[in-house]
Design a protein around this ligand. Structure first.
Ligand SMILES: [Zn+2]
Length: 189
């Protein structure tokens, strides 16, 4: 059986354009503008080629911050109850990232213990839930920094930071730049 490593990017792109079912489960593709990932056979509109990134498996796409397409359900190709919990957690964090994070509440919502939630997260993404949330926040901050007329304190508050200094620290840790530097370069960094 072919695997993702032996298929060229050109072949992968052809598979996406023709919605070729034969490649389902062999690779996945994400669309950078929507941060959604799909199976090659997905019938949704063919994305712009420059915006497409390839993944060897669904967990990899999720670890990179992509969310499964609601149409082709790339996470449902094989039965993985833990992946299901992970996806639910990710959905929850994308809705609540700007609130005070309460892992106890989150794990209760998902019907698992906090330790189990942390274990699943680590296993699939290499990150703890808190690290994941902080990544989501920094991603949102990057988008907001590209817009004019929103002050940095406003951004920090809007994405859920209680203090400006913790926002600066998280942003710098993840991007290597201060929010000011990032803004000055209009996100070209
Ligand atoms: Zn899809």
């Amino acid at each position: 059986m072919e695997n993702s490593k032996t298929i060229s990017d050109y072949q992968k792109w052809q598979a996406i354009v023709s919605c070729d079912k034969n490649y389902d489960g062999i690779f996945y593709y994400g669309v950078k503008t929507t941060m959604i990932f799909c199976r090659p056979s997905c019938k949704s509109k063919t994305p712009i080629q420059d915006n497409v990134v390839f993944f060897d498996n669904a967990a990899q796409a999720i670890a990179e911050g992509f969310r499964p397409c609601k149409r082709c359900r790339p996470d449902k190709l094989f039965f993985e109850p833990e992946l299901e919990i992970l996806n639910k957690a990710i959905d929850l964090f994308h809705v609540t990232y700007n609130k005070q994070i309460n892992l106890e509440y989150a794990s209760r919502q998902l019907g698992v213990s906090i330790n189990h939630l942390i274990k699943i997260f680590k296993q699939y993404t290499g990150l703890t839930p808190m690290q994941y949330i902080s990544r989501v926040r920094v991603d949102k901050a990057k988008m907001l920094l590209k817009q004019e007329g929103i002050g940095i304190p406003e951004i920090a508050y809007a994405i859920g930071y209680e203090s400006l200094s913790s926002f600066y620290k998280c942003f710098k840790d993840q991007t290597g730049y201060t929010p000011n530097e990032y803004r000055k370069h209009r996100g070209d960094l």
